[in-house]
Design a protein around this ligand. Structure first.
Ligand code: ADP
Length: 240
């Protein structure tokens, strides 16, 4: 398993510094939550790691430098993300979505025509995200939470080893949140997971470690208990 090692990460937009010299270590198999007020730089940090924005400094995954590489090359290094709105192929079935993700770039149409037989990694992903029963349902008919799980499944079949998830439980019911937290815990037994989150209850229940960003910098870092007890964090969240 690999970890993420970020050093002096800096992102500027027209002279505005959105990420301001961030050092961040996510050890292999961690379930790290990135929290912080709106505008803290969380999304921009993930954008930098995935190649969507230009950044200075260093971001290494499994020892490989990511900065300066194309989005596609970074994706091929085993790094994948989800966005707040799930992007699945609504007209295709759950299984076809996973098949396409698994075969991205090779023989997609052959796979779509295949009549039977679910490849082992796809079957495993279906099982992990709890969608085996719904394999033949069009993705468009899934509940909001299930679409998020499908999207996570699509990262699993691509053999993504660092998952970067942007508010995965936004809009979910209590039960869906609980199931998502347990899913992320299972995934992080074999992969490294970073979650941008605003839901503090969800963070308290499932984070293995937390980094608090504020104004482009890491304000605090540690276990849930440690960051909650940090007066700097209380000041940012309570505003005094
Ligand atoms: P968070 O995800 O923590 O809410 P963001 O990373 O989205 O924060 O934003 C950090 C700061 O950078 C904000 O002030 C935001 O307005 C600014 N920002 C983000 N993207 C851009 C952009 N493409 N151009 C200019 N400013 C941006």
């Amino acid at each position: 398993m690999s970890g993420l090692e970020i050093r002096r990460l800096r992102v500027t937009f027209d002279g505005f510094t959105a990420v301001d010299g961030v050092d961040l270590d996510v050890r292999p198999g961690d379930l790290r939550f990135l929290i912080g007020p709106n505008g803290a730089g969380k999304t921009t940090l993930v954008d930098a790691v995935t190649g969507l924005v230009k950044a200075e400094g260093s971001a290494r995954f499994g020892g490989e430098e990511l900065l300066g590489r194309s989005v596609h090359r970074i994706a091929r290094s085993g790094i994948g993300r989800t966005f707040q709105t799930a992007t699945v192929f609504e007209e295709l079935t759950v299984l076809q979505n996973l098949d396409i993700a698994a075969g991205a770039g090779r023989g997609v149409w052959t796979m779509l025509r295949r009549r039977k037989g679910v490849p082992e990694p796809v079957a495993r992903a279906l099982e992990t995200v709890g969608l085996t029963e719904l394999a033949d349902s069009p993705a468009g008919t899934l509940a909001h939470g299930q679409k998020q799980w499908l999207e996570i499944g699509m990262l699993l079949v691509q053999d993504v080893r660092l998952l970067l998830l942007d508010e995965p439980v936004a809009g979910m019911s209590h039960d869906e949140r609980q199931a998502t937290g347990e899913l992320l815990q299972r995934i992080s037994e074999e992969r490294t997971v970073v979650v941008i989150e605003h839901d503090m209850d969800f963070m308290r229940s499932f984070a293995r470690s937390v980094s608090v960003l504020h104004a482009g910098k890491v304000l605090s870092e540690g276990t849930v208990a440690e960051v909650q007890a940090d007066p700097k964090v209380q000041e940012v969240y309570l505003g005094h």
